[in-house]
Design a protein around this ligand. Sequence first.
Ligand SMILES: N[C@@H](CCC(=O)N[C@@H](CS)C(=O)NCC(=O)O)C(=O)O
Length: 205
Amino acid sequence: MTITLYGLGPSRSFRCLWALAEAELEHDFISLELNGTDSNGAKSEEYLKLNPQGKVPSLKHGDFVLTESAAILNYVDAISQKSFIPSEPKLRAKYDELAFFVLSELEQPLWTTGKHKFAIPQEHRVEQVLETAKWEFEKALNAFSKLVSIENFVLGDSFSFADILVAQTFNWAQRFDFDVPPEYLNYRDKMYAREAAIKSIAKFS
Ligand SMILES: N[C@@H](CCC(=O)N[C@@H](CS)C(=O)NCC(=O)O)C(=O)O
């Protein structure tokens, strides 16, 4: 069964592209324009059938369709021969804690910035929120530093998909001109130097 990932560059879809490469699962990658309404657009009639929000990523595996980057990571882990999400209950709970933290705290100020700079209609954008987003990111970073101390990987000694979530989010923060402490950028660099990450970046560069 063919796996197809719909995405765009270094956006949250990169998490899924990278995970598929780590899992060595054959896949096609279809790059979409976020606001496009023609055949390669995320707002086309065809794509809206897969992802009613017209967002990326979406994964199609045969007839099975999945949206939400973290859910796609879980699915990739589940169908992979290898293991990227710990199964020991406490470690698994720590994985979930970190994944939910990234999605609900760490990335939110970044997405708020994206929404109010380009993603939502002009009439709904509020310039003042951008400063608040910077403040919220700093607050989330502070909480992150108490939640995790990174030696090699975010969950200890081995690579997990939590590293994809965290490293991609730090990379996103830097792209959006947020202050990211040098130790987190070093960690991002180490993760982005993984063969699977390099291969995946090459798919959209
Ligand atoms: N919670 C979703 C968020 C998906 C999302 O918002 N993706 C952005 C790109 S990173 C998008 O497609 N935006 C287009 C839009 O909001 O119309 C996930 O993690 O997959």
